[in-house]
Design a protein around this ligand. Sequence first.
Ligand SMILES: NC(=O)c1ccc[n+]([C@@H]2O[C@H](COP(=O)([O-])OP(=O)(O)OC[C@H]3O[C@@H](n4cnc5c(N)ncnc54)[C@H](O)[C@@H]3O)[C@@H](O)[C@H]2O)c1
Ligand SMILES: [Zn+2]
Length: 391
Amino acid sequence: MKIINQKIAVGFEFPVIFTRDALNPKNLSLGWALDRLKEPESRRAMVFVDAGLAQARPGLSDRITKYFIHYRHRLALVAPPQLVPGGEAAKNSFTHALRIVRGLLERRLDRHAAVVVIGGGAVQDLVGFAASLVHRGLRVVRVPTTVLAQCDSGVGVKTAVNFGTAKNLVGTFAPPFAVVNDFDLLGALRDDDWRGGVAEAFKVALIKDAKFFRWLCRQASTLRRRDPQAMARMIQRCAQLHLDHIRRSGDPFEMGRARPLDFGHWSAHRLEVLSKYRIGHGQAVAAGIALDAAYAVRLGWIAAEDFSALVKGLQQAGLAVWYPPLARRTRVGQRAIFQGLEEFREHLGGELTLTMPRGVGCCAELHAVDFKLMEECLLELKELHTHMVTD
Ligand SMILES: NC(=O)c1ccc[n+]([C@@H]2O[C@H](COP(=O)([O-])OP(=O)(O)OC[C@H]3O[C@@H](n4cnc5c(N)ncnc54)[C@H](O)[C@@H]3O)[C@@H](O)[C@H]2O)c1
Ligand SMILES: [Zn+2]
């Protein structure tokens, strides 16, 4: 036997820019991000826009076109901005992904061309997925436009579409070329899409940053009232924690057995599916982290007061900790939500590994779940929900 041991190390580097009014030609952020390698030749570019955003912001396509006219010596916009359906519907079939692949190929985008994606997390996932397949991966500049996309999904390295009855079952690891977070784009969000990202901030704070967790608890009502300064601060800290984890974990492409940034997600993903995606990702994450935190209390891993602070913070931020599909049972009488545990295990393979809070700002791995104890946690959440009013 002869073995040639091959070892390849590939580095990724991309800027995450926080700015305002990014589509004002005087704002150089997006132009700089697209042209950051200062290559000699001009490049082709295409822009994909979340249809929900376009509807909320009339005139957006014109602004984009004008922005690119300003940079035409460096970047040739080869087609008008392309609208993509917004929200989870975008990710629910391959049809949109294939249409985007076809569009990119028809416009002859090459590996030095740029794909700009302006939209929420679902549109980012969809277009990012399609672009990662064309010529084995085009450069994608993300302009995330929801709170959740700016503070979490938009700064990550994953793309995906849903398949069958599972979330994100088919996808790729594809770090972006650059990310431009424009706080001004958030103004027209629906309340639910404003609040959804707050759940991801609580998620990462509880397992990684006690100071941020306490800050979130104090600022929850302010965030709910749509205070732009508080939200900008939350987004930056939350994005920073996600970026730090991906950079430092030693496992950016999730080859190992844990996915710490998916704390609370085994039930959240299942809840989204059980609700036929009527419950948004952020809303489902709020219930998911509350559920696992309740379980962590029973393990003696976090104090009951910290759990109460989490639930109070989520509720003050306008996020519920309970939804009726959590009560649904399968034909054999098991809670339907528990199927999420097996799906979560299957995704990485091997032993079930859940990341749980262990003290505020820290986490530990859990490899087995006691269904009776988890049942108790579900009942507790339902009880807490009925005693608190959220709208
Ligand atoms: N890839 C990852 O690492 C990762 C991480 C977390 C979440 N996600 C995915 O992100 C998705 C959720 O993303 P989301 O919370 O951004 O919601 P979303 O993308 O579903 O968007 C919610 C709604 O807001 C609209 N919208 C977007 N921007 C707007 C704006 N500025 N003004 C008005 N309306 C606007 C959209 O059209 C849509 O109707 C889920 O599919 C989830 O699985 C991916
Ligand atoms: Zn999430």
